[in-house]
Every structure is written in C-alpha cells, then in structure tokens.
Write a protein that binds this ligand. Structure first.
Ligand code: NAD
Length: 497
C-alpha cells in the first residue's frame, strides 16, 4: 500500500506548496511504492521555520523534566510499535529485519536516555574568588535547529538529533532523506501523539539541494546538525561558517578491521562478516578494509571467502536473508563502478563482483557480496567510501604497518583490532586515529550513552550525538552567570589580598 504523506508544520499535516510529490520505493522490489512524499520548496521551509520560531518562545521555558516526560512517552510508544516500525524500516530502506528492529531499539534507548537527561542537563557551580558573590555555568538552548538526515538509519539517526535538540529546549525543522520519508513521518507522529506542542518539531520533505540548503541558509535557523555524505556535509559547513552558525556534520568512513597473527580468527570472521556485509555495507561504520597480518592472511582470506559464499541475498523481511539490497539505482551504479575500478586497478576479485538478478532479485538493487584481495593501500577501493557489500583485504607484516594502513585514509570514523595481546590492544587504542575504536569487536556496535563522531574528514570533530559529552554539549550553549550580593563594586583579579 502506498501512503501519501505531508509536511508537518505548526502541528498540522499539510500539502507542499508545489503540490508535487516524489516516490519512495522498496529497494528489494521497486514496483512496491512505499510512500509519495512532498517535493517541498522555499515557501514550505519558510513556514516551518516560522512555526519553529513561534514555538521556541514557550518550549525553551518549559521545564526540562516536562520535556523529558514527553520523550519518555515517545519511548514507550516506540517500544510498543517496534515490530511494525522495524518492518517499515526494512521495507523502505532494505536492511534485514533484525537490523530494522535494532534501528527502532536505538531510538527507544535514546528516548529513555534523553528523558532522564531532562532531570540533569548539568552545569557547574564553583566558588568565587570574591566574597558575597557566586558563579555558575548553565545550559541554554540555541534556538531553532535544522536537522538533516540520511536514509540508512531512518528512525535511529533522526531520533539522535530530534530527542537531543528538544530536551535541551531547542525547536527544530527536520528534513529527512527522500529515500526513507515514511519512517520519518511515523517518528514525528509518535512525538505528536506523545504530547509535543505544535511547532516544536516540524518536518519538511523534499530534495536535498532545495530544502536542505534553503534551511541551512535561512535567517531563522540558529544551528545545524547534518549526517550524510562528505560532499554535502563539507558544502554545508562552508555555508554555515559564513553565518557563524554552529554546525555538526557526521559524514562518511573508510573503516578498517585489523587482524593480528594472534587473533581468534573465528571471532574475527564473525566481525568482518557483520562489519563488511551487514546493512549490505551501507553503514558509515561499515568495515570495508580488512588489514590482515601476513602470518594469518592466507588462512583468514580462505575462511572469509568460504563464509561470504554462504551469505544469502534477498528481501530483508525474509528470515533466511543475510544481505539486503542497495538503497537505489544511484547506489547500485556507484558500487558496480567501484567494483570495476578495483579490477582495473589490479586487485584480485575473490568472490562476487556483479549485480545479483536471478529470480526475484531482479526486482531490486542487489549486489553480490564482493571480496577483493591483493589490494594495495593507494588503490581507490582502499581509499574511497563505496557504501556497498565490498570488502578489500590488505596484507600487513607488523602491528606498526597495520596501524599505518588503518590510519592511511582521509577518513577517521571507526576501526577495530582483533588480537589476543592486551598490550597491542592498548597501543591500538592510543594510535588509531578514529572517533571510535573497537577491541576484539567489529567496527559497528555503538551505544547511545557515549559520544559518536568521526575524526578527520568523517566529521566536524565534536560529536553531536550520544551521551552528554556528545549530544548535550552540542545542542546546548553554556551561559556563565556571576551574581554579586555584596552591594558594592568588586573587581575580579584586581582586589587581590
Ligand atoms: P547524502 O549526503 O546524499 O544525504 C543526506 C541528507 O542530506 C539527505 O536528507 C539529503 O536529502 C540531504 N541533502 C542532499 N544534498 C543536500 C544539499 N546540497 N544541502 C542540504 N542537504 C542535502 O547522504 P545519504 O546518501 O543519505 O547517506 C549516506 C552517507 O551518509 C554516507 O556517506 C554515510 O557514510 C553517511 N552517514 C554517516 C553517518 C555518521 O554518523 N558519520 C551515519 C550514517 C550515514
């Protein structure tokens, strides 16, 4: 069934000013049109920003614990509808159902966490150097946020941004990906039902260049949170800089798993399969480079190729499916282009390498799980984000060389090391230049109570999601207050005994 969705502005579901709609397709079966979404324009953005500004006056003064209660109710509702929403995630963007359910669970976890944060939002108090004076720093909201999200975590990523922005007292205009707009709508409906006042959260769907850029450049926007590709994120950073707006960008990755010669290879194999082929490789933290010590390289490669051969491709709603489709035709073409580039560069294609189109697979955007060996670090397939089920295996001859390879791209999001040596694990933790480092685990598996963000070209360098040091620090501003109750002019630094 196709659902026609609207924009959500000032507490009402409305049609776009253009009257035009785009289509969101099920990537496992492209004749299944999941939703018709508004192709919005500047006029819709203006109205949404105006509604957010109006609502901000009341929302910023709503006690944070009360804001938290709304999020708590949303958490309960998300949990109650987890099964339905998980299936929608799978239908709209293709990941296998257990991952679709995980997407929703992440939103549940975050909603509970941020509901609790409503009773903390902790600042600091310190003694003053002067008598009869006290000082403190408090958190205050920024104002209206533009929240721009990708399609690959269509419930989780919007939740990271929305719940964190709202608990801090901001209002927001949310621009979801056109590849997963129905998931976004369901999330907003839940917040509406949980009691969010009109205008606190607005949704405007449409094409990124028009809706996203209009939002980022809008005079009524006070801060921007973007997750998506490097090309778009870097452009938005420069637009925001001209207006002195705080912006957080979480972008791509070229994540590596390092396997030492003392590693538990069975454990590492599970981690590589999960990191490389989970979500069909369409995670910012996907493991697309596997750096293997020469002592175990050949054995591990054989284990990996044999295991990848057994992965079953298909619709993520089917129990037997391990790997779902790519998101759209553009994604499919990009991945097939990289496979061609890898062959031209001289990497050895161990397995896969083509579109999978037998039987019902022809209805969707499926690519065979693909493994290249004999990959050298300067090849494009070892340097650029592919965003598909393509894994490059790179040989290394020492821990030091392995770390150099892991660090040798412009990205710095996630990395992992498999080793039985506690000292090497500790050194890896120190030397690897990524925002997330895993020891004896895959490159994916972040938890919501800790900051999540990339180094180098993977992000703006200050995580905007996860925990207090990530989300709360980004979505609130610090105001420092000095209160002098001495009744006379006291001069700091000057009145020294
Ligand atoms: P994308 O950059 O194409 O789109 C992301 C969002 O930005 C969408 O809502 C899109 O409509 C909007 N957009 C597109 N062009 C725009 C413009 N000119 N101005 C403003 N907004 C614009 O990315 P995608 O294909 O949706 O997602 C995949 C990318 O996201 C990958 O690179 C992946 O690594 C990255 N990602 C990063 C993280 C992270 O936390 N680091 C998480 C998930 C995905």
């Amino acid at each position: 069934m196709t659902v026609e969705i609207g924009n959500f502005i000032g507490g009402k579901w409305v049609k776009p000013a253009s009257g035009k709609y785009g289509e969101s397709l099920n990537p496992a079966c492209t004749t299944d049109v999941v939703a018709r979404y508004p192709l919005s324009g500047r006029e819709d953005v203006d109205r949404a920003v105006e509604a957010s500004r109006k609502a901000y006056a009341g929302w910023r003064l709503t006690p944070a614990p009360r804001r938290g209660e709304i999020l708590f109710r949303a958490a309960e509702m998300l949990l109650g509808r987890k099964d339905e929403l998980g299936k929608l995630v799978t239908r709209e963007m293709g990941k296998v159902l257990p991952e679709g359910l995980g997407d929703v669970q992440e939103a549940v976890d975050l909603a509970y966490y941020m509901a609790g944060e409503g009773r903390r939002l902790i600042g600091e108090t310190t003694p003053s150097e002067l008598p009869d004076k006290d000082c403190k720093s408090i958190r205050v909201p920024h104002g209206v946020f533009a929240l721009i999200t990708p399609w690959n975590f269509p419930i989780a990523i919007p939740s990271w941004k929305i719940f964190s922005a709202l608990i801090c007292g901001n209002t927001a205009v949310f621009k979801p990906s056109s590849d997963a707009p129905l998931c976004a709508v369901r999330l907003v409906e839940i917040l509406e039902e949980a009691g969010l006042p009109p205008g606190v959260l607005n949704l405007v769907a449409g094409e990124g260049e028009l809706v996203g850029e209009s939002l980022v450049q809008h005079d009524g926007i006070d801060g921007i949170s973007f997750t998506g590709s490097c090309a778009v994120g870097e452009k938005l950073e420069s637009l925001a800089a001209r207006r002195h707006r705080p912006i957080a960008v979480e972008m791509g990755g070229k994540n590596a798993i390092m396997i030492m010669d003392d590693a538990d290879l069975d454990l590492a194999l599970e981690g590589v399969l999960w990191g490389g082929f989970g979500t069909a490789g369409q995670r910012c933290t996907a493991a697309s480079r596997i750096v293997v010590h020469e002592g175990v390289h050949d054995r591990f490669l054989e284990m990996l190729v044999n295991a990848a051969r057994r992965l079953s491709l298909g619709d993520g709603l089917k129990k037997e499916t391990d790997v779902g489709p790519l998101i759209n035709e553009r994604g499919l073409k990009k991945v097939l282009d990289y496979i061609r580039i890898g062959r031209e560069e001289g990497a050895y294609l161990q397995i896969g390498g083509g579109r999978a189109a037998e039987g019902t697979l022809a209805e969707g955007y499926f690519v065979e799980p693909t493994i290249f060996s004999r990959v050298s670090p300067e090849m494009r397939i070892a340097q650029e984000e592919i965003f598909g089920p393509v894994v490059s295996v790179i040989r290394c001859c020492s821990f030091e060389e392995g770390v150099r390879l892991v660090n040798g791209t412009r990205f710095g999001l996630s990395a992992s090391i498999y080793t039985g040596n506690a000292n090497l694990a500790a050194k890896a933790e120190r030397e690897i230049e990524t925002g997330l480092v895993y020891i004896n685990a895959s490159t994916i598996g972040a938890e919501i109570q800790l900051p999540f963000g990339g180094f180098k070209h993977s992000g703006s360098g200050h995580p905007e999601v996860g925990g207090r040091m990530g989300a709360i620090d980004f979505f609130s501003r610090i105001k420092t207050i000095y209160r002098d109750y001495s009744g006379r002019l006291q001069k700091a630094q000057i009145e020294v005994p």
